[in-house]
Design a protein around this ligand. Structure first.
Ligand code: ATP
Ligand code: MG
Length: 228
């Protein structure tokens, strides 16, 4: 008998979600990611993108359907100031580490996470002295230090200037492409130029996600939708 198909890294099936005021947000939404990489979601305001990420992360509970993932998820928000809680880079990272680790392991993990996002040696830097891009990279370091393998990024560059925007995009691209333990990133964006860097992109409309396409195929569809 043939081996059963391997489980995907992430499978969202028939997800239904309604806010307590009755507002529907997800309408039997399906989505599957079968390999590590940078996967982008686009779609008009209110189409359900942020709600979907919150359901995948476990921050919200669905009214129907399922989220199945083999990966540990972590959310990265648009505004890093909503995510970074303590005054220095090191203290903030410590906060997200799994509990029960010996002190030496905590320090090693913190240093490794800072290295991975290009902030090596900045344990003592006050967070208020970081640029927007550095803050966003620190938020990503926090996710990495907590062992997350599925990064759920909700418009992570929306508040950044073009240089910082590029910094964050290049960082995530490299984490998704590295040979050892590449991560899986689901990235929401309204900046269509970012689609050039993804492994696949899909459009979300009215609480459902369309098929994964490469950016070159999705962009004309988006332009067509905007003209209608
Ligand atoms: N806390 C809430 N209470 C009630 N309705 C909400 C709440 N948050 C979002 N909604 C509604 O749920 C729907 C989906 O919203 P969501 O924030 O997921 O959209 P989005 O695709 O992320 O939009 P945007 O591109 O503007 O960020 C919208 O109709 C929105 O008004
Ligand atoms: Mg949103």
């Amino acid at each position: 008998m043939a081996d059963p198909a391997p489980l995907p890294l992430l499978r969202v099936s028939g997800l239904v979600f309604r806010w307590s005021n009755g507002q529907p947000a997800l309408d039997h939404c399906d989505l599957e990611i079968s390999r590590p990489g940078l996967w982008m979601l686009v779609g008009s305001n209110g189409s359900g993108k942020s709600t979907l990420l919150r359901l995948i992360s476990g921050l919200l509970q669905a009214d129907g359907g399922r989220v199945h993932t083999l990966l540990k998820p972590a959310l990265v928000f648009q505004n890093p100031d909503h995510q970074l809680l303590l005054p220095s880079c090191g203290s903030d990272l410590q906060l997200g580490l799994p509990s029960g680790l010996p002190a030496a392991e905590r320090t090693a993990r913190m240093e490794r996470a800072l290295q991975q996002v290009g902030l090596g040696g900045m344990e003592r830097r006050p967070i208020h002295s970081l640029s927007g891009g550095q803050k966003q990279r620190l938020a990503i370091a926090g996710a990495l230090a907590s062992d997350a393998e599925l990064l759920l990024l909700d418009e992570p560059t929306a508040l950044l200037d073009p240089d910082s925007q590029r910094e964050v995009l290049v960082l995530i691209r490299s984490l998704c492409s590295r040979d050892e333990r590449p991560i899986t990133a689901l990235w929401i964006t309204h900046r269509l130029e970012e689609l050039d860097c993804c492994d696949g992109a899909a459009r979300m409309e009215a609480g459902r996600v369309g098929p994964w396409l490469d950016a070159a195929r999705l962009l004309p569809l988006l332009a067509g939708a905007a003209e209608r």
